[in-house]
Design a binder for this molecule. Structure first.
Ligand code: NAP
Ligand code: GCO
Length: 264
């Protein structure tokens, strides 16, 4: 049993893979890990995005390792993990961040669109976790953090595929925690509230009714920022959380606790 010290929150000597981390939430989480001592590997869907990410990490003073890889392609993911292990080292921390959303009323949504969202947001985390767990078992420890959502708990119009995927991701998190906890692997989720990133940009346009709505539903009375997620992610990636397993940590400014402010 490691003695608790302030160093328990550090990630020195750890290798972290954050998927879809050229920008947005993944970029912020990876940056927080780097500030805490971790070596960063990230992937994204094409070379242009990877290059954009590498430039942004460098500007932030972070020497990251970037790879092109689609998280839904199992063969490519197996190859990515092998390459990271050869070039950097065994992955100690995995953040399944890559994700998409399609906002379409369910009865107007094609089955292909539904499948694509579930494939990236749920099958992707399964494929990448399956690829990294064997080496974590051999190494004797591992941290897996799945980026869930308010939609792991709540539904709303037009996001049926996304809610189904993120609800499934909550249960995949709990199942990985159950199946691999005995190998000192902790699997938890982070459920961000409504965060200012490109993914939510369409909801934050000037005068968009959703903007006011979210502020009224958030006790913190603001949209979250990617920086709000860095500390919770470092906690779940560190030794400070070695007995936290199967938990979804909602970083939502209080949305899930609040009935909402009455209209003025
Ligand atoms: P984002 O800005 O859209 O970034 C997602 C990243 O994942 C992008 O770089 C994206 O590349 C990449 N990606 C998409 N499909 C991929 C694939 N098949 N393989 C590899 N990379 C892929 O999203 P975000 O707002 O930062 O969200 C990141 C995660 O947090 C997502 O899982 C999202 O569901 C979740 N989340 C977001 C919020 C929020 O309010 N923003 C709240 C709760 C949860 P492209 O640019 O090509 O799409
Ligand atoms: C939406 C938003 C949300 C956020 C996030 C909330 O359309 O409702 O995109 O889904 O992305 O998942 O936690």
């Amino acid at each position: 049993m490691k003695e608790f010290t302030p160093e328990s929150f550090r990630l020195d000597g750890k290798v972290a893979l954050v998927t879809g981390a050229s920008y947005g939430i993944g970029f912020a989480i990876a940056s927080g890990f780097a500030k805490s001592g971790a070596t960063i590997a990230f992937n994204d869907i094409n070379q242009e995005l990877v290059d954009k990410g590498l430039k942004a990490y460098k500007e932030a003073g972070i020497e990251a390792h970037g790879y092109v890889c689609d998280v839904t392609d199992e063969k490519a993911v197996q190859g990515l993990v092998k390459k990271i292990e050869e070039e950097i080292g065994v992955i100690d921390i995995l953040v399944n961040n890559a994700g998409i959303i399609k906002r379409i009323p369910m009865i107007e949504m094609s089955a292909d669109d539904f499948r694509k969202v579930v494939d990236i947001d749920l099958n992707g985390p399964f494929i990448v976790s399956k690829a990294v767990i064997p080496s974590m078992i051999k190494k004797g420890h591992g941290k897996i953090i799945n980026i869930c959502s308010m939609m792991s708990e709540l539904g709303r119009e037009t996001v049926s595929a996304y809610a189904a995927a993120k609800g499934g991701l909550k249960m995949l998190t709990r199942n990985i925690a159950s199946e691999y906890g005995e190998y000192n692997i902790q699997c938890n989720g982070i459920g961000p509230g409504y965060i200012e990133t490109p993914q939510t940009a369409p909801l934050r346009t000037e005068g968009h009714p959703f903007n006011k709505f979210i502020i009224s539903k958030t006790p913190a009375a603001r949209w979250g920022t990617t920086e709000d997620l860095m500390g919770p992610a470092v906690f779940l990636a560190s030794d400070a959380s070695n007995f936290v397993n199967g938990h979804i940590l909602y970083v939502d400014g209080g949305i899930l606790a609040y009935i909402g402010k009455q209209p003025q």
